[in-house]
Write a protein that binds this ligand. Structure first.
Ligand code: AMP
Ligand code: MG
Length: 330
């Protein structure tokens, strides 16, 4: 254990404070997290979320070390989510990571959060060179690797698809996070027309939210709204993903991020892939939402391919874009 390279990763971009521990071979030794839940009917308040992270950080770290059955001295590398995200939340993770690195005299490596979602997807689903569909509470992107970067082929022009589900769920008085609640209620719904908006490779969702809320206020049945929301958003995402497969000539699709858990979305993508002779891979659902393990693993890949982060460069980067991160391990 003493010579083993073990990495502890910290996630704190938004609602989740997570700590994961991995070894060089991609074995996951621990994954602990605590999630800030906004008050009923409200969205995430960055200050409250960061306070939640500060309060719970030491418990989560301790419990990860216990689960991994290691001492703090066995950890040889600290990885942290440097961005993008909510600044007050990012600061908590970055400060703790700096402290752990300096006080234990071990290296530090900064990780791009979307890249970490992709890498935990490749690790757990076994995909090699996919078109990635990254769908979460804050992001909606179609991504693929080319010439040293994960390039963005298409993305939302306004809000993220997870946010669409959470916002409409709040309007229906469902509990948070809204995605799983919408999925449950969509089962027996009928179709109500919502604005389908794909522009080239980009997507727009804000009109769908407005129209869904209008329907709710006019007395539409919740199951019909939930069903139509899923059908419309997922058809748009499937269309853009199919075009990305055609452009890149790749034959794998990898679904990552919190929304990846949705079975209807998986089915629509699987059918599209089968029709094109491609294959759908889905991140292990245990790691689809934000977590520290994905940060630890992406940090491990970066470090083993020569990256490390000096204290001077360890400040948060709230707008760090997916295609600005250097991918030195592909
Ligand atoms: P993340 O930001 O990656 O942690 O993912 C959280 C987002 O995923 C939230 O917006 C959730 O509502 C959404 N989500 C989780 N499970 C599902 C699901 N089964 N269907 C749709 N959205 C989901
Ligand atoms: Mg995320």
């Amino acid at each position: 254990m003493d010579n083993e390279l073990i990495c502890l990763g910290i996630e704190s971009t938004a609602h989740t404070f997570g700590v994961g521990i991995v070894d060089e071979n991609g074995n996951i030794l621990a994954d602990e997290r605590m999630m800030y839940r906004p008050e009923k009917g409200k969205g995430i308040l960055p200050r409250d979320a960061s306070e939640h992270h500060t309060k719970n950080a030491s418990v989560v770290i301790k419990s990860a070390l216990q689960h991994a059955k290691i001492n703090p001295s066995n950890v040889k590398l600290i990885a942290f989510s440097q961005g993008p995200g909510l600044p007050p939340c990012l600061h908590v993770g970055a400060s703790i990571a700096r402290y752990l690195s300096t006080s234990n005299n071990i290296d530090l490596v900064a990780v791009n959060h979307p890249v970490a979602h992709i890498e935990i997807g490749r690790l757990t689903a076994g995909s090699k060179d996919p078109v990635v569909l990254y769908l979460s509470g804050g992001n909606t992107q179609v991504i693929s690797f080319a010439e040293g970067r994960y390039r963005i082929f298409g993305e939302t022009q306004d809000i993220a698809v997870g946010n669409v589900f959470d916002t409409v769920a709040r309007e229906l008085d469902l509990k948070s996070p809204g995605g799983p609640e919408i999925e449950k209620r969509a089962v027996n719904g009928k179709y109500i027309e919502l604005p389908y908006s794909v522009k080239g490779m980009d997507l727009s969702f804000s009109g769908i939210v407005t129209e869904a809320i209008k329907n709710i206020k006019a007395g539409a049945r919740p199951e019909d709204v939930c069903y139509s929301l899923q059908e419309t958003c997922f058809a748009m995402l499937t269309e853009v993903t199919e075009r990305a497969l055609a452009h890149t000539g790749k034959n794998e699709v990898l679904l990552v991020g919190g929304v990846a858990a949705n079975k209807r979305l998986q089915d629509m993508l699987r059918i599209m892939c089968e029709e094109r002779g491609a294959k759908l891979f889905v991140v292990d659902i245990k790691y689809s939402g934000d977590n520290g393990t994905m940060i630890a693993w992406a940090g491990m890949l970066a470090y083993k391919s020569g990256q490390k982060t000096s204290l001077e460069k360890s400040g948060i980067d709230q707008k760090w874009k997916t295609d600005e991160a250097e991918i030195t391990w592909m």
